[in-house]
Design a protein around this ligand. Structure first.
Ligand SMILES: [Zn+2]
Length: 345
């Protein structure tokens, strides 16, 4: 009997080892451990044996069953892990399944690239609600009470006030600059931060005007901020975004919240300064207003203008995207035309 069990064990192990597929292994499992297996036959015959033999044969049978179970499961794992998709027949001439994946809008992508470029220079990305108040969008920013911009901007006014004060009536922000004072009141100085977001103007929509559009502003406030450090900052950011040397120039400009204020131009990358449709044939493209922040704005933010100075820029996102791709019509970016947008994947 002992020899017979020994033989069952050896042949069983050889069979398991020789299995070349999961299906074959399942058959072998049935042969070795099923009700009709040789081991089961041995167990059935235990009654006819002497008590001593019964014990010994019983133990040996159990031991072989356990060995089979171990080997079967390790062989199964081995077969599963070696199974490759290449084992299955593949018809390479069949057409594949097309995946229609979306992609970021080129303006959003530019916004993210600017966030990365500014973050690498230690700027924080800050955002506030789209609803602001007259105090933050005009009063704090040195707009006189009768300043024409209050009408010119044709702001969307909303019922209700901020802090129950009459001069703090609510509005959809017509520009982002109010967020700068909000940030400085909260975090103090020194500070360097960007605040991208959507702004709203109650204007008639035409080829050059939208009622809602994106702006991207940056402000740095410190003790030794000069005009030239602002220029270096702009040049560094543009070179990071475009990955090449960029020429920048400034012209005098006027905005209530900066003194002095500038219009900042960059050399047209589409024509390399020679003149083209995008730059209206003068080789330069106006991309942002900016300047040294007005002392009254610093005062609104609770900062002493004798101690602190700030440099401010407002980047035209669409202009930069036009430069990046050489697109000559700004309206295409808001056209929601997938034939146009899918080019930027
Ligand atoms: Zn050009």
């Amino acid at each position: 009997m002992k020899e017979k069990l020994e033989e069952i064990r050896n042949t069983g192990l050889k069979k398991i080892e020789s299995a070349s597929s999961i299906e074959e292994l399942q058959e072998i499992r049935k042969d070795l451990t099923g009700k009709k297996s040789e081991l089961s036959e041995v167990l059935k015959s235990l009654g006819s044996l002497s008590p001593e033999m019964r014990k010994e044969v019983g133990m040996q049978t159990t031991e072989i069953k356990n060995i089979f179970a171990d080997k079967l499961s390790s062989k199964e794992e081995q077969l599963i892990s070696s199974k490759s998709v290449l084992d299955e027949p593949i018809d390479l001439t069949l057409p594949g399944t097309k995946v229609n994946d979306g992609s970021l809008h080129p303006v959003t992508q530019m916004c993210y690239d600017l966030n990365d470029a500014f973050s690498s220079l230690g700027f924080e990305v800050f955002s506030e609600d789209d609803i602001s108040s007259e105090k933050f969008v005009f009063d704090n920013l040195n707009f006189a009470p009768d300043h024409p911009a209050r009408q010119m901007m044709d702001t969307y006014w909303i019922e209700g006030t901020e802090n129950k004060s009459a001069n703090e009536r609510l509005c959809l922000r017509p520009h982002l600059t109010g967020a700068s004072v909000r940030y400085l009141l909260k975090h103090g100085a020194p500070a360097r931060f960007v605040y991208p977001g959507r702004v709203y103007r109650n204007e008639d929509v035409d080829s050059g005007h939208e009622r809602a559009f994106f702006q991207y502003e940056a402000l740095i406030v410190d003790k030794n901020i000069s005009f030239s450090s602002g220029m270096v900052m702009i040049q560094t950011i543009l070179e990071k975004v475009f990955g090449r040397e960029i020429k920048v120039r400034m012209r005098e400009g006027f905005f209530p919240f900066v003194e002095p204020g500038y219009e900042i131009d960059m050399e047209c990358l589409v024509c390399g300064g020679k003149g083209c449709k995008v730059c209206k044939h003068n080789g330069w493209l106006e991309i942002m207003p900016g300047g040294v922040i007005h002392p009254n704005v610093l005062k609104s933010a609770g900062l002493d203008p004798d101690e602190w100075t700030g440099f401010y820029i407002n980047i035209g996102l669409e202009r930069l995207v036009m430069m990046r791709y050489g697109v000559d019509d700004i309206r295409l970016f808001h056209s929601a035309d997938l034939r146009f947008l899918s080019q930027f994947k």
